[in-house]
Design a protein around this ligand. Structure first.
Ligand SMILES: Cc1cc2nc3c(=O)[nH]c(=O)nc-3n(C[C@H](O)[C@H](O)[C@H](O)COP(=O)(O)O)c2cc1C
Length: 399
C-alpha cells in the first residue's frame, strides 16, 4: 500500500481523461490525493469528476484561498510526500524548465520541497520538437523525474512517442519515489515462473508455478530502490511493466541467462520453478501409440551452481514441499550453499494469491503468517536487507 499524500497535477492534454483511472488506482493503493488542475485541463475533464473520484474539491485558482494564510501555492507542497503531474503538457514542461509561475500548479511546483515526477503526453512532433527536448534536458538537470512518454497510437491518429505512460508503471515509479530506498545502488537478479521442456515439437512438460511471487518480489525490490532484472519463464500473468526483463522459457535458456548475468549483480533471488528433470527432445511429433515411456534426466541445480561459483553474490532460494517444510528448508540452505531459503507448503502456495512462509537463514527461522504475496514480497525483501547488512553487503551510508 502507498499510504502517502500525493498532489496530482493535471494539465491541458488530451490524455487528461486518463487521470480519472489513475486517481482510482492511486486511491485503491491507499494514496491520500489532492488534485490541482490548470485552466486548460478543465477543457478536457470536468473538475466534478475528479472531485468525485479523489474525494476532495479540486484546486485550480491561486487567487481563491480556501483556508489558512491564503498561501496555498506554498502550503500545498508542504502537506504532501510527492507531486505528480500526469499528464504534463508541452506548455507546462516549458514553464517548469524556465521557472515560470503564472497559475496555482506552476507556482506550487516552483515552491515545492518534495520530489516532482512528470508524465508527458502530447503529439509526437510536439514531443520531438527541439524546444521540448531542450526543456526535458533542463528539467532532468533540475532533478525532476520524467516518466515516459510511451510509443504507440496517438489520439490524433498518428503513431509515435507521446502517449501517457501506462498507469501501472506510473504506480510502480511513485512507490519507488516515496519508498524506503534501502536497496539504492544495489543490483538484484530475480528468476521466476516455470519452465517448459519439450518432449517433441508439440508436447512439453511444465509445472504449476504462476510467476506471481517472483513478480511481486521484483516489484518490491524496485520500489525499495534496487536496479532489478527479472528473468521469467512460463507464467499465468503478464510480467510487470517498467522493470528490465528477459524471457527464458526452458531450463537451458534460464541457465544461460542466469550464468551470463550473475557476476554483475549483488543479490540473486531464485523464485523460478526450473525443471529438475529433463526429457530428451524428439524432432517432429511422436506417433500416438498405446503407451509412451519417457526417460527423464536429472538436471544440474542452477541455484547451487551459482552459489558455489559466485562467492560474493547473496543468494536466496525458494523451497516448496508437501511435508517437513522447515526441515527441508534447512537442508536446502546447507546443500545449495545459499544465504536464505524461503520455505512454504507446495499445496498452499503454488499458483495461489497468498501463502504462509518460513524464512530459513543460518541463524534462525522466521515465521510469516498467511498473507497476500505482495505483502510477503515486502517481508522477504526486508529480511534480505537485514541479512545483507549483517553480512556487509549493504553500505551503511545508505541507511
Ligand atoms: C484538442 C486539443 C488537444 C490537445 N492535446 C494536447 C496534448 O495532448 N499535449 C499537449 O502538450 N498539449 C495539448 N494541447 C495544447 C494545450 O492544451 C495548450 O498548449 C494549453 O495551453 C496547455 O495549457 P496548460 O499547460 O496550462 O495546461 C491540446 C489542445 C487541444 C485544443
Amino acid at each position: 500500500m502507498l499510504n502517502k499524500k500525493i498532489l496530482l497535477g493535471i494539465t491541458g492534454s488530451i490524455a487528461a481523461y486518463k487521470a480519472a483511472e489513475l486517481i482510482r488506482l492511486l486511491k485503491k493503493n491507499g494514496a491520500d490525493l489532492q488534485v490541482v488542475m490548470t485552466k486548460s485541463a478543465r477543457e478536457f475533464i470536468s473538475p466534478l469528476t475528479l472531485q468525485a473520484l479523489s474525494g476532495k474539491p479540486v484546486l485550480e485558482n491561486i487567487w481563491e484561498p480556501s483556508k489558512g494564510n491564503g498561501m496555498q501555492h506554498i502550503n500545498l507542497s508542504r502537506e504532501v510526500d510527492l507531486i505528480l503531474i500526469a499528464p504534463a503538457s508541452a506548455n507546462f514542461i516549458a514553464k517548469l524548465a524556465n521557472g515560470l509561475a503564472d497559475d496555482l500548479l506552476s507556482n506550487l511546483c516552483l515552491a515545492r520541497n518534495c520530489p516532482l515526477l512528470i508524465a508527458p503526453a502530447m503529439n509526437k512532433e510536439m514531443w520531438l520538437n527541439p524546444a521540448t527536448q531542450r526543456n526535458i534536458k533542463l528539467i532532468h538537470n533540475d532533478n525532476i523525474q520524467v516518466l515516459g512518454p510511451e510509443d504507440g497510437e496517438q489520439a490524433c491518429g498518428e503513431e509515435g512517442f507521446g502517449r501517457l505512460i501506462n498507469e501501472k508503471t506510473l504506480l510502480l515509479e511513485i512507490k519507488r519515489a516515496v519508498g524506503s530506498k534501502i536497496f539504492s545502488n544495489k543490483k538484484i537478479l530475480i528468476s521466476c515462473g516455470g519452465t517448459i521442456e519439450n518432449i517433441d515439437d508439440a508436447r512439453a512438460i511444465t509445472n504449476l508455478s504462476s510467476g506471481r511471487m517472483g513478480f511481486n518480489i521484483a516489484e518490491a525490490a524496485f520500489t525499495m530502490g534496487a536496479e532489478v532484472t527479472l528473468i521469467y519463464g512460463r507464467t499465468d500473468m503478464p510480467a510487470p511493466n517498467g522493470i528490465n526483463q528477459i524471457y527464458a522459457p526452458n531450463y537451458n535458456e534460464m541457465r544461460q541467462v542466469i550464468m551470463e548475468n550473475a557476476a554483475n549483480y549483488d543479490i540473486f533471488i531464485s523464485v523460478a520453478a526450473i525443471s529438475d528433470y529433463l526429457p530428451t527432445r524428439i524432432n517432429g511429433k511422436i506417433k500416438k501409440d498405446k503407451k509412451l515411456i519417457l526417460e527423464l534426466t536429472k538436471s544440474s541445480d542452477i541455484l547451487a551452481d551459482i552459489a558455489s561459483r559466485f562467492n560474493n553474490l547473496f543468494c536466496v532460494g525458494f523451497s516448496a514441499e508437501s511435508e517437513s517444510i522447515i526441515k527441508n528448508g534447512q537442508l536446502k540452505l546447507k546443500n545449495k550453499g545459499v544465504d536464505l531459503i524461503v520455505a512454504n507448503s507446495i499445496n498452499e502456495s503454488m499458483g495461489e494469491e497468498s501463502a504462509e512462509i518460513y524464512l530459513v537463514d543460518p541463524k534462525e527461522v522466521t515465521h510469516i503468517t498467511k498473507r497476500d504475496k505482495s505483502e510477503l514480497a515486502l517481508e522477504i525483501m526486508n529480511h534480505v536487507h537485514k541479512l545483507t547488512k549483517e553480512k556487509g553487503h549493504i553500505n551503511e551510508h545508505i541507511n
